[in-house]
Write a protein that binds this ligand. Structure first.
Ligand SMILES: [Zn+2]
Ligand SMILES: [Zn+2]
Length: 341
């Protein structure tokens, strides 16, 4: 946890054991955790919760690691025009919400998706329709996870690449009469960069956050994926990099991590090499950013990892009212300054 209570965690693989992942989070100083509940590249979802789940939940509580976020399968696309694919996406995302509830997750994070050439307007409507159906799959209770829509870098007809597009998605969801309080947003810094936001500059970070507050409301920004990127600005491409070692760099990432209006947001690293020890290295780099310390140089092999974002699911074994959240209130967010000047 950071000095002002803001939470900083990482996406860790569950493949080595669910409880081990919690212990690892604790070991590297993570106070929040994001995981896959199942294979992120398969439609098939487990029918029975994994065996280690009760112990997993217990250890999260013992070690005060929260909020837990479930990252939904990559296949899910609510924004496309194809009926069959849309229906499968709704079904899988509904199952992710149910799994999230079983896991004790506060958030189920999903990419806004791709309109597949049908246009941003059609895609936006489709997402809203999908979200309404997904929310209908699970009753809203105080411990039902929120569905969290993540911005895109804009490649492959990606939707939600700008704050305006995210705001339109939020409005389309409300227009359908869905319970908008059950839906929130995630900003991924690598995606912002790919979409053309030059967040290497702290001033631009400030203006993105200001725009989000104005158009959506910062109370609905609940997650940040804190990643550096190998991609060019506005390239619409998305290749995550170690913190401060990519195109965004330390000043921009520090501005995101330390922004006084984001003390309520949970930060998750999705940096490369989580299974090769770079989880600890990137957590340490994040704490260096907060403290204003210069980042140590990384060895050449840090940039030659076989697969980026290797993030395994747990080993296979096997609806309800949500409290009304404030609507677009722009005053409820407490401002705190975590970083030493
Ligand atoms: Zn992300
Ligand atoms: Zn990404």
């Amino acid at each position: 946890m950071l000095p002002d209570g803001r939470r900083l965690g990482a996406h860790l693989p569950l493949g080595g054991g669910m409880v081990k992942a919690v212990e690892r989070a604790h070991q590297i100083g993570a106070s929040a955790l994001q995981v896959f509940a199942d294979n992120p590249t398969a439609w098939r979802r487990r029918s029975v919760p994994p065996r280690g789940l009760p112990e997993f939940r217990r250890r999260l509580v013992d070690l005060d690691i929260r909020p837990l976020a479930i990252h939904a399968a990559y296949l899910v696309n609510l924004a496309g025009p194809e009926k069959d694919f849309f229906e499968r996406s709704v079904a899988v995302l509904g199952q992710e919400m149910i799994a999230g509830h079983e896991y004790g997750a506060r958030f189920v994070n999903v990419h806004a998706g791709s309109h597949m050439g049908s246009g941003i307007e059609a895609g936006t409507k489709r997402i809203a329709e999908g979200v309404e159906l997904v929310l209908g799959e699970i009753d809203a209770t105080p411990d039902t996870p929120r569905l969290v829509i993540e911005n895109s870098a804009g490649g492959g007809f990606g939707i939600g690449a700008t704050v305006e597009e995210l705001a339109n998605i939020g409005e389309a969801i409300e227009a359908r009469g869905a319970n908008a309080a059950r839906v929130a947003f995630c900003l991924d810094t690598a995606h912002l960069w790919g979409a053309g936001y030059e967040i290497s500059s702290p001033e631009v970070v400030g203006s993105v956050i200001e725009a989000f507050d104005r158009l959506i409301g910062l109370d609905r920004l609940v997650m940040v994926h804190l990643n550096d990127t190998k991609s060019d600005l506005a390239s619409r491409s998305d290749r995550h990099e170690h913190l401060g070692a990519g195109r965004i760099g330390p000043a921009g990432l520090r501005a995101v991590l330390c922004h006084p209006s984001l003390a309520h947001v949970a930060y998750y690293l999705e940096t490369p090499g989580m299974e090769e020890g770079y989880d600890a290295i990137n957590m340490a780099r994040a704490l260096d950013l907060v403290a204003g310390r210069p980042l140590p140089e990384l060895p050449p092999e840090a940039f030659e990892l076989r697969r980026d974002r290797k993030r395994a699911a747990p080993a296979r074994t096997g609806g309800r009212p949500v409290p009304p959240a404030p609507r677009k209130s722009r005053t409820t967010v407490q401002k705190r300054d975590v970083c030493r000047k």
